[in-house]
Design a protein around this ligand. Structure first.
Ligand code: NAD
Length: 296
């Protein structure tokens, strides 16, 4: 099985590296030549164009910033779909809109190819350590066919249902994460003002009904969870810009299906504010600074 991998950034480079190190035959492409050269040092083959990947590979993984990039790589006269062999399996691991992923899947199928949306959770650390969570939408038979690849890059691998359901799971999860981070931050700000120190409130709330992942694994205040970005000046981690991107995707999807997500909408507004205060590249847990009135 010849694997193509397009998009060798923060996530794609370590994911492709894991595939190479586990013995897969991987051909790589990125717009940045240096990114390709780095992968060649761990055993990948360099491709000169997207077209050449389409012509030689059986499975093609994309890990690109936004939907527009995935669309540009897949469609059009020089895109993957126009040049792929029948039977090629496309796996898009980027986080993109549910409706766009469903359109791309349809287009791939019309070319006698298969398509899976397989966005990930776990960040760069998960990508480097091969411990990502994959949320996969598409045919079960294609999911099964790709399992050995997912297992080389991740540990929690879920089939979420039909095309687009992986993206749906990802944006709903991240909408909840954004909301819970804001809620956790509000609770700490109020607790402090009412006279509780961070550790005392953490000890109580993490063992009471306010407990959630944003508190126990990614606590927005320094101290209680030593590995959380709050202990390192909110260095990412998962940036405000990325949280905002996923919240925007969730709100677009909610509008498309006519569902009201008022807390998701409020979370998007607050993260837009944080983003516009120049904290786009800061960890998303820095939302607490906005609530503390602590933005310079
Ligand atoms: P990144 O910007 O670091 O990397 C993207 C790579 O794609 C770059 O190397 C860029 O040169 C390349 N690229 C862009 N257009 C291209 C094209 N037309 N042809 C070939 N290469 C092209 O992004 P990232 O942080 O690796 O994120 C990738 C995806 O994963 C995004 O959709 C993001 O939302 C999602 N994601 C990221 C994280 C994270 O922590 N970084 C976590 C979960 C999901």
């Amino acid at each position: 099985m010849k694997i193509g991998f397009i998009g060798l950034g923060h996530m794609g480079a370590p994911m492709a590296t894991n595939l190479c190190q586990k013995g897969f035959d991987v051909t790589v492409f990125d717009l940045v030549p240096q990114a390709i050269e780095t992968l060649v040092t761990v055993g990948a083959t360099a491709a000169l164009t997207i077209t050449s990947i389409a012509q030689c590979c059986d499975v093609i993984i994309t890990m690109l910033p936004q939907g527009e990039h995935v669309e540009a790589v897949c469609t059009g006269d020089n895109g993957l779909f126009a040049h792929a062999k029948p039977g090629t399996l496309f796996i898009d691991c980027s986080s993109i809109a549910v409706d766009m992923t469903r359109q791309l899947a349809k287009l791939a199928i019309s070319k006698d190819c298969s398509h899976l949306d397989a966005p990930v959770s776990g960040g760069m650390i998960g990508a480097i350590n091969g411990t990502l969570t994959f949320m996969v939408g598409g045919e079960l038979s294609d999911f099964t066919r790709a399992m050995c690849l997912f297992e080389a890059m991740g540990i929690h691998i879920f089939h979420a249902g039909g095309h687009g359901n992986g993206q749906a799971a990802k944006i709903c999860n991240n909408m909840l994460l954004g909301i819970s981070m804001i809620g956790t931050s509000e609770a700490f700000v109020l607790a402090n003002k009412l006279g509780l120190d961070n550790q005392t409130f953490f000890d109580i709330a993490s063992n009471a009904s306010g407990q959630c992942w944003s508190m126990t694994h990614y606590c927005p205040v320094p101290g209680p969870v030593p590995t959380s970005p709050a202990n390192h000046a909110h260095q990412p981690g998962f940036t405000t810009a990325m949280m905002l991107k996923d919240l925007r995707l969730s709100q677009t999807a909610a509008a498309q299906v006519g569902v009201s997500t008022p807390l998701g909408a409020s979370a998007m507004a607050l993260y837009t504010l944080l983003n516009n205060h120049g904290l786009a590249q800061t960890d998303f847990s820095a939302i607490i600074k906005l609530l503390q009135g602590d933005l310079k």
